[in-house]
Structure formats: C-alpha cells, structure tokens
Design a protein around this ligand. Structure first.
Ligand code: ADP
Ligand code: MG
Length: 253
C-alpha cells in the first residue's frame, strides 16, 4: 500500500472571472516522481504554486505531509524544496556565496561543497552565477531546492531550453534526489522526459486532469483502444543519432 504524501481535493483557481484550475483532485505517493503534464496554459504552474504555498487557491483542499495548506502553510514551507526561476539569483555572487545566502534564509546549516558535488558543480564553486551555462544554472537551482533537506521537491519545467546532454544529466540528478528518499513533483511538456522519469503522471488540459496513471499503463490503454502509429517507429530516433554522434558527456563545462 502506497502512502499518500500530498492530497489535492477539488482544487479551483480563478484569475478574475477566468477559471485556470477547474476542480482537480489527485494524490501523490511518498517517494515517487509525479509528473504534471499538459500544454501551455493548462494550469500546471498554478497548481504547483498553490501546493508550494506561493499562490492563493480559490477553493478546495490541499494536504501536504499531513499538514493542511489553509492552517499550516509555514509547516509545509519547512518540508518542501521549491525551484525558483533562474532569474531570481544574484548574478554577481559565486556559487558558494549564493548557497551561504540561501542557507541563512532557511536558517539551515549546509555543507556547500557537498551540495555542489551532488549536482556536479564542485569545480564551479568560485564561478559567478552569471558565468554559467543554461544546464549548469538549472543544476544549481535544483541544488538550492535541497538546502533545507526537503521531503518534497517541486520542479517546474526544469529542463526547458536545455540541450539533449544537459537534459539527460538532469534526469539522472532528479532520479538521484528520489533515490535519497524525497518525493518529486515535476512539470514538463516533454513526453520522453515524463516516460523516462515519472512513476505516475497527471495530464492536464484547460484546468482539468484528463488522465492519471503510470506512463506504461497510459500507453497500453491507448494501444488496447485500437490505436496504431501511422508509420512504424524505427529502432532509433534523431535524438539517438545526435547523442551517439556527440557523446553523452556534458559540454557546458
Ligand atoms: P501552465 O503552467 O500549464 O502553462 P499556468 O498555470 O501558468 O499554466 O496558467 C494557467 C492559465 O492561467 C493560463 O491561461 C494563464 O494565462 C493564466 N494565468 C496564470 N497566471 C495568471 C495571473 N497571475 N493572472 C491571470 N491569469 C493567469
Ligand atoms: Mg507553467
């Protein structure tokens, strides 16, 4: 029996008269990587930000690790890690200085080099934030979500705009975070990413959840419904060609 760590019931969010989230319900299990998928404007970020206590809901109930969002938001803040938009960092500070700053904000002692090692940035410790590549900035922003040793980590489109190597590297990092015991909630609009990473996914569209299951079950259900690909897939795709030609190792160092 899976243990529920987040429970969302009939969650609604209106922006003025616009209904961005139209009464969604789902549970997230402890220790899983849970994906929120859907096209732009589906309501993924809104849903995430409400669970992160950063945005007011219109109605519905959200429980996080046994804490009610309405009455114990501060308790929730203490056990979650939230990935900030990368533009939120002071560009002129180096990575060690930024970690010290966050550690002070969270009032949490950290081992900065250990944290940088975890995201493969130990050799960039003295580099300024603004000197890093896109992939490095994303890895660093994930490191900052781990400072308060969270039980739950929220990642909003962590791989958007990255090249294939940086994306795969980040997948390994996210799996690593789960391996160490955290629950991960991630949004993405890359289906291959969701298939690789997520134990279960909820597909959102226009403020509603239209499917919720493991990627495997969703694919099997589609095939069972009689779906056939118009053209049989080859044993490899263009991304496989690209990775095979340019190598798996990171280039953004
Ligand atoms: P997603 O992350 O799936 O792309 P969002 O949650 O960001 O979707 O947005 C859902 C819908 O709500 C979109 O139509 C968006 O334009 C709208 N929206 C988001 N934030 C605001 C806001 N602060 N004010 C008004 N409308 C908003
Ligand atoms: Mg979004």
């Amino acid at each position: 029996m899976q243990k529920t760590i987040i429970s969302v019931k009939n969650l609604k969010k209106n922006y003025g008269s616009f209904e961005a989230v139209k009464g969604i319900s789902f549970d997230v299990f402890e220790g899983e990587i849970f994906g929120l998928l859907g096209p732009n404007g589906a309501g993924k970020s809104t849903t995430l930000e409400i669970m992160e206590t950063l945005r007011q809901k219109t109605s519905g109930e959200v429980m996080v690790n046994g804490l009610n969002l309405d009455t114990e938001p501060d308790g929730i803040k203490k056990i979650i890690g939230v990935q900030l938009q990368t533009s939120g960092f002071y560009p002129g500070l180096n990575l060690l200085e930024l970690i010290a700053l966050f550690s002070g904000l969270y009032n949490q002692p950290v081992e900065p080099m250990e944290l940088l090692k975890l995201v493969n940035l130990a050799d960039k410790a003295k580099n300024k934030y603004k000197e890093m590549s896109g992939g490095q900035k994303q890895r660093f922003s994930i490191a900052t979500t781990l400072i308060n040793k969270p039980k739950i980590v929220f990642l909003d489109e962590p791989t958007t705009g990255l090249d294939p190597q940086a994306r795969r590297n980040l997948w390994e990092l996210i799996k690593d975070i789960r391996q160490k015991g955290a629950t991960v909630i991630i949004t993405t609009h890359y289906m291959d990413e969701a298939e690789q990473l997520c134990d279960r996914i909820a597909i959102m569209d226009e403020g509603r959840i239209i499917a919720l299951a493991s990627p495997d079950i969703m694919i099997d259900d589609l095939i069972a419904s009689g779906f056939e690909k118009p053209r049989p897939a080859k044993a490899a795709n263009l991304e496989d060609v690209f990775i095979s030609l340019t190598g798996k190792e990171m280039r953004d160092e």
